[in-house]
Write a protein that binds this ligand. Structure first.
Ligand SMILES: [Zn+2]
Length: 176
């Protein structure tokens, strides 16, 4: 933690204030914790974790305003289809660590990608198509929600499999 300003040698104090965050063409005002020089330069210093927290708060606001899936939504849909983060990147043709950043809240998916994510969440055929086209084999046990599986399938599935497909409370925990 800084105690003396590297710029002017002034005393550093902790501050909590509204900061403007610029993300692409958007500007969002959110609360942020940081260190501030009480000397002449009045410089503001953000530690890495403080910067991430501010950016994550700003992306939360943008997602809410634009009706985009939240980091928790993306994580839960990924787990539901049994993919690791690199596998979801492969499925979508997204860059390395992209899904990690979405789930951390430091990067926002664009509108088209958001649509694609909803499609693989809500339309089993779309997911099947992409799994095949991108040659992705789910590594984790899918925690599929009942709504993703047609009723007939659940009824006719072996009891062990249908139990795995319909964990108790999964419907209640499902976002939206
Ligand atoms: Zn200073």
């Amino acid at each position: 933690m800084l105690t003396t300003c590297p710029e002017c040698g002034g005393r550093i104090e902790r501050a909590r204030h509204t900061v403007d965050v610029h993300i692409g063409r958007r500007t969002v005002a959110v609360e942020g914790d940081y260190s501030r020089c009480t000397g002449d330069c009045a410089e503001c210093y953000f530690a890495a974790g403080e910067m991430d927290a501010v950016i994550s708060r700003a992306t939360d606001v943008i997602r809410a305003n634009e009706g985009l899936l939240t980091p928790a939504d993306i994580k839960s849909l990924r787990k539901r289809i049994g993919l690791t983060q690199p596998q979801l990147e492969q499925l979508l043709g997204a860059g390395l660590k992209t899904v990690t950043r979405w789930e951390k809240g430091t990067v926002i998916q664009n509108g088209a990608t958001d649509t694609l994510l909803r499609l693989i969440r809500d339309v089993p055929e779309a997911l099947t198509y992409l799994l095949r086209a991108r040659q992705v084999v789910p590594k984790m046990v899918p925690t599929l929600v009942p709504t993703l599986v047609p009723n007939a399938l659940v009824v006719s599935a072996p009891s062990a499999a249908s139990a795995a497909l319909t964990p108790s409370g999964s419907r209640a925990r499902r976002p939206r």
